[in-house]
Design a protein around this ligand. Structure first.
Ligand SMILES: Nc1ncnc2c1ncn2[C@@H]1O[C@H](COP(=O)(O)OP(=O)(O)O)[C@@H](O)[C@H]1O
Ligand SMILES: [Mg+2]
Length: 266
């Protein structure tokens, strides 16, 4: 069985007039089918750049990546059919209704009108937007827009769903709803590759996770393994939290992290 996501020594170097930025400096990833894989890291760590390379949205400077067994550089079109992606910036047309958007997406992927209508209804149920389906998107809350964006990433039944900070900036109640949807999507057999700055989110949802900092992976494992490793190394009387693991891995303080999260929400 091919891995859902496999990357070898993935590198992204941005070169411009301002000089060069080594955003991703040699990342290896192995995500099994059916996992919810967490990709954690502070602002600027290289999460979005990695997601963009894995999803064919950005060229790879060096290294290789396969999604659902397909090399994303060699066969981008074939790879895209297996990939769903919801990016950090949600781009929805405010004048459309939620249902119109999903029907249009399904039509673009080659469904007939009646197939598209059925798929839209199915997805609206999945993300709990049936009641709002025929209202214009401009009246949706932030959480509803995120859920619609999630649904639109699933229209073509991708094998792997990439979500880039799907809950950043959401209020706690909306965040819980999105978590529930991610669980439901994963239970239907979709592998989820989730970037987040929220440690609790990773702890709740992810079977395995990697922490990236400065373009390099600094920790990898299950939440339980990562906590146990830190506990042993520091001879702690009890398991630390995933926050502690993150702070240890990135050498950051709580204050700096709090500042960063505020920046994102502001
Ligand atoms: N288009 C770009 N041109 C130049 N530098 C970029 C570009 N996109 C991202 N970067 C830089 O690459 C680094 C990683 O960014 P990014 O992948 O967005 O991090 P994250 O998603 O973890 O916050 C940052 O230093 C960022 O400033
Ligand atoms: Mg990002």
């Amino acid at each position: 069985m091919p891995l859902a996501v496999e990357a070898h020594q993935l590198v992204k170097r941005f070169s411009g007039r301002g000089g060069t930025v080594d955003a991703v400096r040699g990342v290896d990833l192995r995500v099994e089918e059916g996992e919810v894989f967490g990709f954690l890291g502070p602002n600027g760590a290289g999460k979005s750049t990695t997601v963009r390379m894995l999803t064919t949205l950005m060229t790879i400077t060096s290294g290789t990546a396969r999604v659902a067994g397909i090399d994303v550089s060699d066969e981008p079109d074939a790879a895209r059919r297996g990939i769903g992606v919801a990016l950090q910036e949600v781009g929805l047309d405010p004048r459309q209704t939620g249902r119109e958007l999903l029907v249009l997406q399904a039509r673009l992927f080659g469904s007939s009108a009646s197939q598209a209508a059925d798929r839209a209804q199915e997805l609206l149920e999945l993300v709990d937007l049936v009641d709002a389906a025929d209202r214009r998107i401009k009246g949706y809350s932030g959480g509803m827009k995120r859920r619609l964006d999630l649904a639109s990433a699933l229209v073509h039944q991708p094998k792997v769903l990439f979500l880039d900070e799907p809950t950043t900036g959401l209020d706690p109640a909306s965040r819980l709803t999105v978590w529930e949807e991610m669980r439901r999507i994963n239970a239907q057999g979709t592998t989820v590759f989730l970037t987040t700055q929220y440690l609790e989110e990773a702890d709740q949802l992810c079977s395995r996770l990697a922490i990236i900092d400065g373009g390099l992976i600094v920790r990898e494992g299950t939440p339980v393994e990562l906590k146990a490793e830190l506990r042993r190394r520091r001879s702690l009387p009890q398991d630390p939290s995933l926050d502690d693991v993150f702070l240890d891995a990135t050498g950051r303080t709580r204050e700096r992290i709090a500042g960063q999260v505020q920046e994102v929400q502001g």
